[in-house]
Design a protein around this ligand. Structure first.
Ligand code: PHB
Length: 380
């Protein structure tokens, strides 16, 4: 995303990826785009397939005690979300990069960054049988939670905020037509479950499990049985089942690194912050960072004004903390924190009843889910 915005503004960049192209295109990850992320793709000239294949959703359902209550995003905020796989987003950006011929190297190894405080930071890496050194003006650390960039910042300059959750999500993809047009988030006595989708033929489903869950203990029958119990509602709504073609366990964590800049190294996306997936914010937060960073770099190169680079971290973190709060809140409201905690379960049911029964409650959920405003314009 950053490479494309820079390219459209005549600024050179080199993109280094340690995985193969097939891996990043095929690895299924998030699937919900806020309007701001859709706008970024469209403005970048990579929105054609998104327009054709993305599924616009005007709301979501919250299910509890066998009841299903609707939150009407469009009616409450005038905005919608679009269901379109993160790997599809990646595929569209790779295609655009390859057609414009700007450098994008896959399967690099031994990557390191050096002299990040200087005016000429360096990236060293191995690619195509040779060692390379890249001397640049800025490094964008878009290399995920386990990447090397954040750890290049001296710990004395970095504050890390972290929260762990006592559960994870077991996720599947199944060849089955989605049985609801919109997502269903469910709190059940046995734990959280989520109904989502990827296309008119593919259903995506999750259920709360333990953080060290062994997927081998979850044959397909057990998964369907558990999902049915947690997701069934008294209005007769039922899941469509079909062959499961992917299973995995997603860990849950809240994490923020502050500041998101050290010298001429800028962190963006999961390298700087992680949210639990309950609010569908991870990919959208990364896209918002990129909008702010691209605008700051363009302003620097075109106008010689570095003020936005100076305030990058502060600008991003103000909105990130609000998304952290929302993701934590959705997670806290919708998961069982232990079967003993009866008081908490009833408090959660009351919260769901309140949120889905009050205009103020529904509006608060809706405006956070569709994405809080981003102050920075898309620089194209
Ligand atoms: C997904 O479809 O993968 C998905 C949807 C909503 C979430 C998380 C994941 O909150």
């Amino acid at each position: 995303m950053l490479g494309r915005l820079l390219e459209l503004n005549g600024i050179d960049s080199v993109i280094l990826e340690n995985r193969s192209k097939d891996y990043v295109i095929e690895r299924v990850r998030a699937g919900v785009l806020e309007q701001g992320t859709v706008d970024l793709m469209v403005a970048s000239g990579v929105g054609d397939r998104l327009h054709r294949e993305g599924l616009r959703h005007d709301g979501v359902w919250l299910a509890f005690k066998g009841d299903r209550r609707h939150i009407d995003f469009r009616g409450l905020t005038g905005q919608s979300i679009v269901v379109y796989g993160q790997n599809e987003v990646v595929k569209d950006y790779i295609a655009a990069r390859e057609s414009s011929g700007h450098p994008l190297h896959f399967e690099i190894s031994n990557v390191s960054v050096d002299q990040i405080e200087s005016a000429t930071p360096k990236v060293r890496y191995h690619h195509d049988g040779a060692d390379h050194e890249l001397v640049c003006d800025y490094i964008a650390g878009c290399d995920g939670f386990h990447g090397i960039c954040r750890s290049a910042i001296p710990t004395t300059h970095l504050h890390l905020y972290e929260k762990a959750y006592p559960f994870a999500w077991l996720g599947i993809l199944a060849t089955a037509a989605p049985s609801s047009e919109e997502l269903v988030y469910a709190l059940h006595e046995r734990g959280f479950a989520l109904f989502s989708m990827r296309s008119p033929q593919v259903t995506r489903l999750y259920l709360q499990c333990s953080p060290d869950e062994d997927i081998a203990h979850w044959p397909d029958d057990r998964i369907w049985h558990e999902l049915e119990r947690r997701l069934q509602t008294s209005d007769g709504w039922r899941l469509n089942q079909g062959p499961i073609f992917q299973k995995g366990v997603t860990p849950m964590r809240s994490f923020v690194a502050d500041p998101m800049r050290y010298g001429n190294l800028f962190l963006a996306g999961d390298a700087a912050h992680i949210v639990p997936p309950t609010g569908a914010k991870g990919l959208n937060l990364a896209a918002a960072d990129i909008r702010v960073l691209a605008h700051a770099l363009v302003t620097h190169y075109k106008l010689g004004n570095s003020g936005e680079l100076e305030s990058y971290s502060e600008t991003c973190l103000r909105r990130i903390w609000k998304a952290q709060r929302f993701s934590w809140w959705m997670t806290s409201m919708l998961h069982r924190f232990g079967t003993e905690a009866d008081f908490d379960y009833h408090r959660q049911l009351a919260e769901l009843d309140y949120v889905t029964g009050s205009q103020a409650g529904m509006t608060s959920l809706a405006e956070n889910y569709v994405g809080l405003p981003i102050d920075t314009d898309i620089p194209v």
